[in-house]
Design a protein around this ligand. Structure first.
Ligand SMILES: C=CC1=C(C)c2cc3[nH]c(cc4nc(cc5[nH]c(cc1n2)c(C)c5CCC(=O)O)C(CCC(=O)O)=C4C)c(C)c3C=C
Ligand SMILES: [Fe+2]
Ligand SMILES: [Fe+2]
Length: 332
């Protein structure tokens, strides 16, 4: 690194409403679901459906769900992402022996990418490592984060040097962190149970058109099963969070779990490796909706294993990702 250049880290997550009220949820969903990366339908067709149907019916329902999981400090996705950012910043400073600027931004909503990029610039940063917080690449999430950053820099005269982290679906420290979380859960509950690996879904058509997401999810599942020395019949890979009418990635979590009790699988753990941070999808949809459905179908025990959040394992993983992806700036 020459005398005038300095690197910083921009961690990016999806985004979440500012408050668990209908109007905030509507604003958030409008921005999120207007992104052509997320919903790729022709805008002439999609905009009327979004504005007249989805943004009328969904916000009051979803606001109630946010109210159930909301923390004192705010939305779980934001609060837990901030905690990870702070822990990474502290551990990075200890490791390299000086302060390194680390900021958090959301693709949709707050904190905005503009705010985070300005904060980095004010700290003298010329080179930015962009870290979308998604273990498995998808154009719907990772590329949407890149798009958002590029849009924010559109009129920027001080264009920074950029390094874009692609994903970390097979990173040994990520797999080790997930395996440790599963072992810890088994130890706490005093039994090893069938392990369900439930990933956020995307429309099947996106994968047919080239999105590598499901391939990357299968890579994670295979490596985690190997790390835990699980036999084929001891784990199951599924997708949750369907939206709309078209076919999404299969097998669907709800339909699959309903068949488990009749096959003798009555006690399960669910881990959701596509989420680096717990959020409405894991804290409500998996923990309550999926858990209740499983129990109504005859299941006896259902426990969700939390995301890595700001655990020591996750901090160690992010430090390694930062070291590997800033070598070109820090060495030689
Ligand atoms: C409509 C299509 C959607 C696609 C495609 C999609 C992909 C996708 N999303 C995540 C991560 C998260 N999604 C979250 C919430 C959420 N997702 C959708 C829709 C799609 N997601 C909606 C409409 C919502 C909002 C909640 C709801 O109305 O049901 C969140 C949590 C946000 C929070 O505030 O807690 C995350 C995180 C991934 C990883 C992904 C594809 C790989
Ligand atoms: Fe989503
Ligand atoms: Fe959902």
């Amino acid at each position: 690194m020459n005398n005038t250049s300095k690197y910083g880290v921009l961690m990016m997550n999806l985004g979440t409403p500012d408050a668990p009220q209908t109007s905030d949820v509507r604003r958030y969903l409008r921005e999120f679901l207007s992104d052509g990366r997320v919903v790729d339908l022709n805008p002439l067709l999609w905009k009327p459906i979004l504005n007249l149907v989805i943004l009328t019916i969904r916000p009051p329902k979803v606001a109630k769900v946010y109210q159930q999981v909301w923390m004192d400090e705010g939305s779980p996705l934001l609060v837990l992402s901030q905690r990870l950012k702070n822990s990474v910043k502290k551990a990075l400073a200890e490791k390299v022996g000086h302060d390194v600027p680390v900021e958090l931004a959301m693709t949709y909503g707050n904190p905005s990418v503009e705010k985070a990029a300005n904060a980095l610039r004010e700290q003298g940063v010329t080179n930015i490592l962009v870290m979308p917080m998604y273990p498995q690449f998808s154009a719907t999430t990772t590329a949407a984060a890149y798009d958002r950053l590029m849009a924010s820099l559109k009129r920027c005269p001080h264009w920074p040097a950029l390094q874009l982290l692609h994903d970390y679906a097979d990173h040994p420290l990520y797999i080790q962190g997930l395996a440790n979380a599963v072992r810890k859960q088994w130890e706490t509950q005093g039994e090893k149970r069938h392990l369900v690996l439930s990933y956020h879904g995307i429309p099947k058509r996106y994968v047919t058109n080239g999105d590598p997401y499901s391939r990357r999810c299968h890579t994670t599942s295979k490596l985690l099963a190997e790390a835990l020395e699980l036999n084929e019949d001891e784990w199951t890979h599924v997708y949750q969070s369907r939206f709309g009418r078209e076919e999404w990635l299969k097998p669907y979590a709800d339909q699959t779990l309903k068949t488990f009790p009749s096959k003798g699988i009555k006690r399960i753990n669910v881990i959701s490796p596509a989420f680096s941070i717990d959020c409405i999808e894991t804290l409500e949809e998996i923990t309550f909706e999926l858990g209740d459905e499983f129990k109504h179908s005859g299941g006896e025990a259902f426990d969700y294993i939390p995301a890595l959040n700001d655990s020591d394992d996750q901090v160690a993983l992010y430090l390694d990702l930062i070291e590997q992806n800033t070598k070109q700036w820090t060495q030689g």
